[in-house]
Write a protein that binds this ligand. Structure first.
Ligand SMILES: Cc1cc2nc3c(=O)[nH]c(=O)nc-3n(C[C@H](O)[C@H](O)[C@H](O)COP(=O)(O)O)c2cc1C
Length: 349
């Protein structure tokens, strides 16, 4: 019976346990998307995780969706991340970079002058994006021309190569939470009439092309993907998730990537819908505690469990689980604030 404390082979890596740290935006980077020393300290404190997945990291200047998130397209960003990955490795850990294009979540003040937010179709999100400049209304994005799509796919591949140059052990494609990849999957957001829209087969095309480009750039054993079907965020709806996600699982399985990370954050049961069709390593996330994570592993429902919020306030979460040490409560007010408070000041037990 697999336990949370059993090792797991992931490509060329051996994870010492099956307790994975979820990708979590923490907004401590500078305005150029460069992680400072504080970020290295934060991740190194959490190096006891079987694997750390970084906060969402934008692939190009035109894909940044929030203030103070990090990037992986400039030399300065790569140098900043190198200090983070070195610190994690020195502390005995392993870390993948989560790659994102925010699509219609981007708002003009976060983008280079004259660059508009882009998306599969010209449909705005209802509501506002909270930035350091205040709350800004989402705008109607420009629908991508079919001929522009290979350039975005290439930006993902370049960012993956940059991630390896920065010392990451691999990358996770962010196809969750209503960002660009997820926008292509959802037929209420993607109303294209070219080969990237319409049928579920067409709507998964963009994500599969990005995965193929990542695999070509850095190798299948260093590529993972996260999905969160029907998450109630960024106007995601996905009425036909039950058709789209099994199709995607099969296409991903054929690519023999390192892992599929399903976060069950909406009505659709992603684990039931994808796990049996994806023949590789499956990570299950969202809402797990030690007992429910252990139970899912034992039932064969996943190879590893992904923990988010618990890792924020418990940097030594695997040790606390193993030794039965009480967990520290977190504070959502400091999730996206500045500086060390609520970030690097949660002590190990
Ligand atoms: C502060 C915070 C930031 C997050 N940022 C990201 C992110 O950058 N990328 C992502 O895929 N998910 C992000 N998530 C979602 C988590 O990865 C995870 O799916 C979610 O927290 C549910 O898992 P949990 O119940 O173990 O916390 C974030 C969650 C939190 C709490």
């Amino acid at each position: 019976m697999p336990s949370l404390f059993d090792p797991l082979t992931l490509g060329k890596l051996t994870l010492p346990n099956r307790i994975v740290m979820a990708p979590m935006t923490r907004s401590r980077n500078d305005d150029n998307g460069v992680p400072p020393a504080l970020v290295a300290e934060y991740y190194a404190q959490r190096a006891g995780a079987g694997l750390i997945i970084s906060e969402a990291t934008y692939i190009s200047a035109s894909s940044k969706g929030y203030s103070r998130i990090p990037g992986l397209h400039s030399a300065e960003q790569v140098a900043g991340w190198r200090k983070v990955t070195d610190a994690v490795h020195a502390a005995g850990g392993r870390i993948f970079a989560q790659l994102v294009h925010c699509g219609r979540v981007c708002v003009p003040p976060l983008l280079p002058a004259g660059i508009e937010p882009v998306a599969p179709s010209a449909i705005a999100i209802n509501g506002k994006n909270w930035t350091d400049l205040g709350a800004i209304d989402f705008v109607v994005p420009r629908a991508l021309e079919t001929g522009e799509i290979p350039g975005i796919v290439a930006d993902f591949a370049k960012a993956a190569k940059n991630a390896i140059d920065a010392g990451f052990d691999g990358v996770e494609l962010h196809s969750a939470s209503g960002y660009l990849c997820h926008q292509f999957l959802d037929g209420t957001i993607n109303q294209r009439t070219d080969q990237y829209g319409g049928s579920p087969q067409n709507r998964i095309r963009f994500v599969v092309e990005v995965i193929d480009a990542l695999v070509a750039a850095i190798g299948a054993d260093r590529v993972g993907i996260k999905v969160s079907p029907q998450i109630k965020f960024n106007d995601v709806k996905e009425p036909d998730a039950a058709e789209v996600y099994p199709l995607l699982a099969t296409a991903l399985s054929e690519r023999k990537i390192a892992y599929l990370h399903g976060a069950k954050q909406g009505g659709y049961d992603v684990h039931a819908g994808m796990r049996h069709l994806f023949k590789g390593t499956y990570f299950a996330g969202a809402g797990y505690d030690q007992a429910s994570g252990q139970a899912l592993l034992q039932a064969g429902g996943a190879e590893a469990i992904v923990y988010g919020a618990l890792f924020i306030s418990n940097p030594d979460l695997p040790k606390r689980f193993k030794d039965g040490i009480a967990l520290a409560p977190g504070d959502s007010k400091t999730h996206y604030s500045k500086g060390p408070a609520g970030y690097t000041d949660y002590p190990a037990a």
